[in-house]
Design a protein around this ligand. Structure first.
Ligand code: NAG
Length: 237
């Protein structure tokens, strides 16, 4: 009986894990002036073509042993050309496209919990827009900052897109960061503000050391008292 139950449970685990599929995706798209060629897996970019640098980019962190796709950049260029050619033909055939613009929604947050003076990354997550792409720019205390990065547009389940821009920063009390998102559907950039507030953690302060000191003292008092009674006890007997 016990064995049967165990088997049942095991087969259940198997059927659950069989449900978990991986989603491999390849995107090939263009506008008159721009294009995208990307491989993704489970919502992450594996590789994309950078048409300015003229090469494939593998955006994984350096500790990862990523695969490469020989010939992929040449394929990307060929696809871009045929995509732009097709675009012209389809545009004439459909007497231009009906305008379909969906505005993005924007979130701003930090990668790690904010500690003053500790390196961190600001993340501006833009999603739900159509068509791709968006432009994202950053300011710090109303001054333009450079050095941010952005990934290629990734499709959502509903056919809209998402993109994420990142900016490395060091939190200092009172600094105000702003990410501004430009999109075809917007007449002016959509902005989100991140303010480094006093609620962030500064260095741990005196709290823990006082706690440690009191704990240590109590421990020593305990040992002293124990020794005292031990000695007393021995004297009596
Ligand atoms: C993004 O910036 C480029 C270059 O400045 C510009 O040509 C393009 O129109 C911008 N795109 C959007 C959606 O605003």
């Amino acid at each position: 009986m016990k064995m049967k139950e165990l088997l049942l449970f095991l087969s259940c685990v198997l059927c659950v894990s069989a449900d978990v599929l991986h989603e491999d995706i390849s995107i090939n798209g263009c506008s008159d002036s721009d294009g995208e060629y990307m491989y993704g897996l489970d919502g992450e970019e594996k590789a994309y073509a950078d048409f300015n640098k003229k090469e494939m980019i593998y955006p994984q962190p350096p500790f990862m042993d990523h695969g490469t796709y020989p010939g992929a950049y040449e394929q990307a260029v060929a696809n871009l050309q045929s995509c732009q050619q097709n675009l012209k033909i389809v545009r004439v055939g459909m007497k231009d496209f009906p305008p379909k613009h969906i505005a993005p929604s924007v979130m701003i947050y930090t990668r790690d919990e904010v500690e003053f003076g500790e390196n961190n990354t600001l993340i501006c997550h833009v999603t739900g827009f159509y068509p791709a792409p968006v432009n994202v720019s950053w300011t710090k205390n109303e001054q333009k900052v450079t050095g941010s990065s952005i990934n290629t547009p990734y499709p959502n389940k509903d056919g809209s897109f998402r993109q994420t821009s990142r900016l490395d920063f060091t939190p200092q009390l009172g600094d105000i960061y702003r990410c501004a998102v430009e999109h075809l559907s917007l007449t002016e950039p959509l902005t989100k503000i991140y303010e480094v507030e006093a609620s962030a953690h500064s260095d741990p302060g005196v709290g823990p050391s006082v706690f440690c000191g009191v704990g240590l003292t109590l421990g020593l008092v305990g040992v002293a008292a124990g020794t005292f009674f031990l000695v007393k006890g021995n004297e009596c007997s």
